[in-house]
Design a protein around this ligand. Structure first.
Ligand SMILES: Nc1ncnc2c1ncn2[C@@H]1O[C@H](COP(=O)(O)OP(=O)(O)OP(=O)(O)O)[C@@H](O)[C@H]1O
Length: 894
């Protein structure tokens, strides 16, 4: 039992000690936790004690950061504002007075706002304070400062003047208190009509005037198409109206009417370029009004309350007067030329027009900025241009040609141009050495034709022929007009033709055959050209030119389009003197035969200077069709070269070994449209000899030289003989050069040997049969050999031999091409004054009067209408001509 008890006790004890052990352990853990918690508490308490100090530092740092960012932002915004202001108000609109100069805005650009001071922003760079005025609104100044903002007025005006082209800003001053003293510096503008002062009591009239201008501009300039002049300028690049700035500086209280008018100007002026700068007169509120208020603590602009602004000092007085003087001088010197590009369509629109029914192109700008158009078609068909020398006829012709050539392709329009005055400006239409381009529409350019009226005639004949061709084609197709012909023959080449003749009176001067034929041709072309698309444009600086036409009312009546340059006389109808008061570079365009009601005034752009013109010509030249050829250039001052002559180049020997049946001797260039050569045929027929008559050595040598060289081109070497006899030492170099070039086929004779030549040649004629080899005798100054030839050789004199050769030679292929230094001398050689001359079948007269060529050398009596002139000859071939033909001898070939 005891054991059991003891066992029980031991077990209980064991359990108790286990429980104690566990308790002790838990206690120890609890103790440790307590200590850790205490430790945490102590740390938390310690940390908590440090918090307020840290938070404060952080807040301060943040605040500093925000501050710095704010300052940087303001600086950045200020910088951007400065940049924007620089763009909005460049150059004269905002420059400091020390560096200030006028910088007008470009075409179509708005002048922008102008600076009056700087916005006060602490800590940032100064930002210009801008006030919109031109094309934008009005400025009202007020305040109680010393001058109440008066210093702002000259700054506003000077900056505005500097942003516009000279003359584009007009000022109106109303200053009843200081009688204009407030605007004294601007007085020089008055000399150019750019500043008008209105006296006390004149405000009502001034406002009425401005309202009237606004009404007119709205009605006729903007005409419902644009909302403002600013919009018009942006769309067209043109500014047809000036800005009108009225400066109203105080005065009595406004009447009701004046207040009403002022309200109207405020509300509607800005769109029409009418602006107010007002001080001392109340102005109604309107979005277009910017107020500048000067208070005791500085100025404020805009608002209210408005931006605080430090106003600029007024511009130095000398700067104001000097600028105004310069502006006035520029305006008094006349308007600057309008740019030629105003007349041209944009490049992608070029050559898009159709000329079937007519030709239409602008020639300049009308008073309201609208283009003034010139038409050529059924009505009006032809134009007459008049104006004294230097008033711009040539320029107008360039402008018109440019405006047309840029609209119509060469398939639609061709030009023929003739200039009877001296000068080469029209030469640039043709290909030149300096500039390879040409105007693709130009078919013919005649310059320096002042003495060669025949060239004018040739042009008219050519046009008459073209008229006939068109009329025939129209008849064939049973139509009457060009438009119809083009419709039924769409593949045909039927461009409209515009023929311009400058100083055309030269063509009609005198009472000779040229004048008569020219007038007849002109009349016919003018009458019938209209329906066939051939249009004449005649220009003259000379009233006489017009008078030459006036004698032919039927001709004048066709020229219904009249263009009068300043001071032109008799171009417009009798009582229409609009041209007398035209400013320079303007023209009256009148499509009603000059009647007053047809007047339209146009400002003509400058088109004739090299740069403006050549840019267009190069563009059109690059657009030319692949087969386009340059215009024929006829220059009356140029000497043509045989080697360049198409007829000369076309000459060749006949096929096989034979000789040509009818060789031709080319003598010079004919004055005609195609640069053909005057050709003398030398078949085996009586009289086929040539006499060159006159004392001019160079021309005579040139004619014989061209004749011989062109003949030589038709004969193979060894198949023709050339006997050259030179009896004038001055002709020696030319004759010897020819001799050298003809080489083995040529023989040389001089004073001593010429009788032999005659005797031998005459003897050859006695031989039976016709020689196979032609023999050409080229006799230079043959009359100088008269003494030698008077001597007998083999029973006959040399002169008798010569007469025999002239008489019988041609039929036996022996032709004389001889130069006599006078008609009388030739007659003596032929047997005396009464001798027959029919063996001289053709002649070229140089310095020989027409009268000397009468009896037996020329049909009819009295001889041809010929007056000698340098480097020209009159060619007459009795086998081919009815009248003489003026030729230009070819120049030296080398
Ligand atoms: N619309 C214009 N704008 C600017 N300059 C012009 C204008 N018209 C003519 N001019 C200039 O005036 C000068 C004379 O012009 P132009 O040669 O056209 O006159 P013109 O009447 O043909 O004279 P002339 O009969 O003596 O040849 C030229 O220097 C020309 O550049």
């Amino acid at each position: 039992m005891a054991d059991r008890r003891a066992q029980l006790v031991t077990r209980v004890r064991g359990m108790l000690s286990e429980a104690l052990g566990a308790t002790r352990h838990r206690l120890a853990v609890a103790d440790a936790e307590l200590a850790a918690a205490r430790d945490r508490l102590a740390r938390v308490q310690h940390a908590a004690a440090a918090v307020p100090e840290k938070v404060g530092a952080q807040r301060d740092r943040r605040l500093a950061e925000i501050d710095a960012r704010h300052t940087a932002r303001i600086a950045e915004l200020a910088r951007r504002a400065v940049d924007a202001a620089r763009r909005e108000a460049p150059g004269a609109a905002s420059a400091d007075w020390a560096q200030w100069t006028a910088t007008p805005a470009g075409r179509g650009e708005t002048p922008g706002a102008v600076r009056v001071g700087t916005v006060r922003i602490p800590g940032a760079e100064p930002v210009p304070a801008l006030v919109p005025l031109l094309d934008a609104g009005h400025v009202h100044l007020s305040g109680d400062g010393a001058d109440g903002g008066a210093a702002v007025v000259p700054a506003l005006l000077l900056r505005s003047l500097g942003r516009a082209d000279p003359g584009a800003v007009r000022l109106f001053g109303y200053d009843p208190e200081h009688l204009g003293g407030g605007l004294a510096g601007f007085a020089p503008l008055g000399t150019a009509g750019l500043l008008t002062f209105v006296g006390p009591g004149g405000l009502g009239r001034l406002l009425d005037d401005l309202v009237e201008q606004i009404r007119r501009i709205n009605e006729t300039v903007l005409a419902g198409e644009y909302r403002s002049l600013r919009e018009l300028a942006a769309a067209t690049g043109r500014r047809p109206e000036p800005w009108r700035v009225a400066v109203l500086l105080g005065g009595d209280e406004l009447s009701r009417h004046e207040r009403g008018q002022l309200d109207r100007v405020v509300r509607t002026g800005a769109a029409c370029g009418v602006h107010l700068v007002v001080r001392g007169v109340p102005v109604p509120d309107d979005p277009t009004v910017t107020r500048v208020v000067v208070g005791p603590d500085g100025a404020r602009v805009g608002g209210p309350p408005g931006l605080p602004v430090t106003l600029d000092p007024p511009p130095p007085a000398t700067l104001v007067t000097e600028t105004c003087r310069q502006v006035a001088a520029r305006v008094n010197a006349g308007p600057p030329p309008a740019p030629f590009t105003d007349l041209l369509p944009p490049p992608e629109q070029m050559w898009r027009e159709d000329s079937s029914t007519g030709l239409t192109a602008p020639i300049g700008e009308g008073p309201h900025g609208r283009p003034v158009l010139l038409n050529l078609g059924d009505y009006p068909p032809h134009a007459l241009i008049g104006g004294p020398s230097g008033t711009g006829k040539t320029n107008l012709i360039f402008a018109w040609i440019g405006a047309l050539a840029s609209r119509y392709s060469p398939a639609e329009l061709e030009f023929y141009l003739l200039d009877f005055k001296e000068g080469v400006s029209f030469a640039r239409f043709a290909q030149g050495r300096r500039d390879p381009s040409w105007l693709p529409h130009m078919r013919l350019v005649g310059i320096n034709v002042n003495t060669d009226r025949e060239f004018g005639l040739a042009l008219l004949r050519f046009l008459a022929e073209e008229l006939r061709r068109r009329a025939d084609a129209a008849k064939k197709h049973e139509v009457t007009k060009l438009a119809e012909l083009r419709a039924v023959d769409p593949t045909g080449h039927w461009p409209r033709i515009v023929a311009v003749v400058d100083e055309f009176q030269a063509l009609l001067a005198g009472r000779d055959v040229v004048a008569r034929e020219a007038a007849d041709l002109l009349e016919d072309l003018a009458r019938r050209g209209r329906s066939q698309g051939i249009h004449l444009v005649l220009a003259s600086q000379d009233v006489r030119g017009i008078e030459a036409l006036w004698g032919r009312p039927a001709l004048v009546a066709q020229f219904t389009l009249r263009i009068a340059l300043p001071k032109a006389l008799r171009i417009l109808a009798e009582r229409n003197d609009a041209a007398q008061s035209l400013p320079r570079h303007h023209a009256v365009v009148n499509a009603e035969s000059g009647l007053v009601e047809g007047n339209e005034v146009a400002r003509i752009p400058s088109a004739s200077d090299w740069d403006a013109w050549s840019e267009l010509q190069h563009r059109l030249w690059r657009m030319r069709p692949a087969d386009a050829k340059p215009a024929r250039l006829f220059d009356g001052d140029a000497i043509p070269r045989l080697a360049d002559a198409p007829d000369f180049r076309a000459l060749t020997p006949p096929e096989g070994d034979g000789v040509p049946r009818s060789p031709v001797a080319l003598l010079g260039e004919i004055i005609d449209v195609q640069a053909r050569s005057a050709a003398l045929r030398l078949p085996r027929a009586p009289g086929r000899n040539l006499a060159v008559l006159g004392t001019r050595v160079d021309e005579a040598c040139a004619v014989l030289d061209a004749a011989a060289r062109s003949l030589a081109r038709q004969h193979r070497p060894g198949t023709a003989r050339y006997s050259i006899a030179c009896l004038d030492p001055d002709a020696d170099p030319a004759a010897r050069e020819l001799y050298a070039d003809l080489a083995d086929d040529a023989a040389w004779y001089d004073d001593e040997t010429v009788p032999e030549l005659m005797a031998e040649t005459a003897a050859a004629l006695d031989r039976p049969g016709t020689p196979a080899t032609p023999h050409y005798l080229l006799l230079y100054a043959v009359d100088a050999a008269a003494g030698r030839l008077a001597a007998r050789v083999g029973g006959r004199t040399g002169l008798e031999h010569l007469r025999r050769i002239l008489h019988d030679g041609p039929e036996r292929r022996t032709h004389v091409l001889a130069w006599w230094r006078g008609v009388a001398r030739m007659r003596v050689d032929l047997g005396g004054p009464a001798a027959r001359t029919d063996q001289i079948g053709a002649w070229v007269a140089l310095d020989v009067q027409g009268g000397e060529l009468g009896s037996s050398l020329y049909p009819g009596s009295g001889g041809p209408d010929w007056y000698p002139r340098p480097w020209r000859g009159l060619f007459f071939d009795r086998a081919a001509h009815r009248t003489g033909q003026v030729i230009i001898p070819y120049g030296p070939s080398a």
